[in-house]
Design a protein around this ligand. Sequence first.
Ligand code: HEC
Ligand code: HEC
Length: 293
Amino acid sequence: MTEHRKYEVDPVTGSPIHPYSWDGIGELETPPPRWWVLTYAACVVFALAWWVLYPAWPYIAGYTKGVLGFSTRVQVAETLAAAKAAQAPYNDKLAKLDYAAIAADPELSTFALAGGKALFQENCSQCHGSGAAGNVGYPNLLDDDWLWGGNYATLEQTIQHGIRAPGDDATRVAQMPAFGKDSMLTRAQIDDVTAYVLSLSGTAPADPAAAERGAQLFTDNCVACHGEKGVGNRDVGAPKLADSIWLYAGDAKSVAAQVFNPKHGVMPAWASRLDPLAIKKLVLYVHSLGGGE
Ligand code: HEC
Ligand code: HEC
């Protein structure tokens, strides 16, 4: 129930009492505090100023740009341009100098390696691992066990043109024959040569006679690429077999599978995707990882 009353003044607070009362409960008409009114007004002024100065109102195909022309995109572009300008003297120097000269300049090397590391994370880590330790089928780049080689020129060639990279005429190519699938060796011969390969990396063969037969098979079929006693051959990217570092795996089953029907790794070519300076930084970075020659 509402009942009509005239404005009265509340004797305790001095505020007018609202002329309506609800079920006998009245309400004071205390004005909002002055600080609140001023803050409110300041907010309105601020909002109006913001609309004028900054991007504010969307419309169908855009938004009001504001007289300051501010946008976070422009800001990012400016920051990037500033960073690029700051790097320019280093980049110019990097582009001009050869690898040895860069390596001899600690400040320039530090700059190049930082760039190379970032590029590696972005482009290479999905295959070689973020720490470059590799994975099955993706070589570890931290050690000095190279398929193709670890000096500057070789790394540059590998990174520019890749390995078995489709569409790159200068890519590295090496094809291990499918000894089993193409009936060049029998199953028994593959087992023998496998026993020999395993003995090369120091595993005592389960069947010494098999390993002995395998030695001759190895000389006849494998030495041309993998070298005497499996030392490897970088000219054809044939891995060293006389160590415990494996591109694929070093158990009898995996080795026999490789001899039967080999896997061939594909490393993309980067010359068409990265500029020469980026490749130079990557070469310096990979070279610095531990196996550089
Ligand atoms: C799609 C996967 C993939 C990506 C991405 C990739 N690689 Fe590779 N990379 C490989 C494979 C696979 C091999 C080994 C090829 C083979 O079996 O011969 C290899 C080999 C290499 C080698 C030769 C190693 C040796 O022992 O000679 C280098 C150096 C190398 N990669 C560097 C890089 C760099 C630098 C990048 C980034 C710009 C990169 N890779 C990106 C897959 C990749
Ligand atoms: C025409 C050259 C060629 C011949 C001949 C050849 N290989 Fe290979 N082999 C390669 C290449 C190249 C690779 C590396 C494949 C890759 O990079 O993906 C390889 C890889 C391997 C691997 C894998 C090594 C690892 O680290 O995982 C084994 C094992 C192997 N070969 C054994 C043999 C045996 C045994 C023979 C003889 C029966 C033989 N190969 C003959 C070129 C050859």
